[in-house]
Design a protein around this ligand. Structure first.
Ligand code: SF4
Ligand code: SF4
Length: 421
């Protein structure tokens, strides 16, 4: 049995009869809710988040409270808290201690309970050709589409193998809304008690957006760069920012009508040429639409390309991308992480399943030969895939070069010592 699943079952016994709080209402919080309800925990009592755009919404039937509301309500009965925040974990641990709670008996880290994440591509393609993405800068993976029956078999197999699988992103290196039947895949996950996640470039006509929103998705991500076409088209080649904008408003309209509790997050990828006023302009639009806006420095993907960069073997396409980034990959710039693999969030937790059903070592890798850990997800187990990942040359090189340090895949576990650059 997976250690995380064992811990989940122990927690059910240990906290029975005591109010349980999930702190964090984004993807990780939603994932924790989904798995606790599927495992029939009877004591889930609170969901808390400091983001005002989520407070007051319902997540899996629970109203999201502000931390202040929570401490006021919880003061008479000591709660048990599952910290499910992706970036403020350490801060929340400190807040819990300041309220007299103890790490051993009163709160824990969500990742201790959650099963692995399988990012599943439902198609092998994208409508755009971003130079920083393997869709453009790498030899393409086998062109195919995953059919719904295969997807259902895969999900059932994953659930039998890792019963605490909590959420499944319906994308990794592709645009999920290229599938006109995307809602059918998400609906199946919901039936199975698994949280579906999508991230879209929104630069396409989406005739099935209404069908998708009518499923009342808990989470929806939009990702782009630039407010005006001149900036946008540099990184999101082939895209149309006006189409993105019109979809952003259309989404608000659909959410108001069918799914007001959906949490929408916008990821803006920043390059060294990005004008600050375009970030400010998007922030204002997102505030108006009640979407949470986050901007972050763009990187070059996938890891196989980062390894090539560190070894001075990058292609001309990748070289051009490097010139636009806000930071530099430097040979030897990061410490060797081979002795501390737990620092990489993707190592223990993530796999990428191609539209053909092959399994790649993690969601940052792409090469269906070099980075393969199983030929067919339907016949592979988590234990076998982890064993293959440990031996995989690309993953080993990534650790050796310390690349998780330059990547968003770095673990946010508050109990891990930070690794100095
Ligand atoms: S980064 Fe996203 S939008 Fe751009 S090509 Fe890759 S999958 Fe498509
Ligand atoms: S070390 Fe690199 S390749 Fe291996 S799991 Fe982490 S991010 Fe992926």
């Amino acid at each position: 049995m997976l250690n995380t699943y064992k811990r989940l079952l122990e927690l059910k016994e240990e906290t029975a009869g005591r109010p349980l709080c999930i702190w964090g209402a984004k993807i990780t919080g939603g994932a924790v809710c989904s798995i606790l309800l599927r495992e029939k925990f009877k004591n889930v009592s609170y969901v808390v988040d400091s983001n005002p755009l989520i407070q007051g919404k319902m997540l899996y039937g629970f109203e999201v409270l502000s931390p202040e509301q929570f401490w006021d309500t919880a003061e008479h009965e000591k709660p048990y808290i599952i910290v499910a925040a992706a970036i403020r974990g350490k801060e929340i641990f400190d807040i819990c201690e300041a309220h007299g709670l103890c790490r051993e008996t009163d709160f824990c880290w969500a990742d201790d309970l959650l099963g692995p994440v399988y990012e599943i591509d439902l198609t092998s393609s994208c409508n755009l050709s971003c130079p920083s993405c393997p869709q453009t800068n790498y030899k393409p993976n086998t062109a195919t589409m995953m059919d719904l029956d295969k997807f259902k078999r895969i999900v059932r197999h994953i659930k039998a193998d890792t019963p605490n699988v909590a959420y499944i992103p319906l994308f990794c290196w592709t645009e999920p809304f290229l599938r006109k039947d995307l809602h059918e895949f998400a609906a199946f996950l919901k039936e199975e008690g698994i949280l579906p996640i999508v991230s879209t470039n929104f630069s396409l006509e989406i005739p099935n957006l209404k069908e998708y929103i009518r499923l009342r998705p808990e989470y929806f991500r939009i990702s782009f760069s630039g407010f005006y076409q001149e900036t946008y088209k540099k990184a999101h080649a082939g895209g149309d920012i006006n189409l993105v904008k019109s979809n952003m408003y259309k989404l608000r309209h659909l959410l108001d009508e069918y799914s007001p509790d959906t949490f929408v997050e916008v990821y803006f990828h920043e390059y060294n040429y990005t004008p600050q006023e375009e970030i400010t302009a998007w922030k204002a639009v997102c505030d108006d639409l009640k979407y949470t806006f986050t901007h972050m420095a763009a990187i070059v993907n996938p890891i196989e390309n980062q390894i090539a960069v560190m070894n001075g073997q990058e292609s001309d396409t990748v070289k051009k991308v490097l010139d636009t980034l806000k930071f530099t990959y430097k040979k030897g710039a990061y410490p060797d992480l081979r002795k501390t693999p737990e620092v990489c969030y993707s190592f223990k937790n993530m796999f990428y399943v191609t539209a053909e059903g092959k399994v790649i070592g993690c969601d940052c890798l792409y090469d269906e030969e070099k980075s393969l850990v199983a030929e067919d997800i339907e016949t592979a187990t988590y234990t076998e895939m982890m064993a293959a990942k440990r031996k995989n040359e690309m993953c080993q090189k990534c650790f050796e070069l310390g690349l998780p340090m330059s990547n968003v895949a770095l673990s946010s576990n508050p109990e891990l010592e930070s690794v100095d650059e």
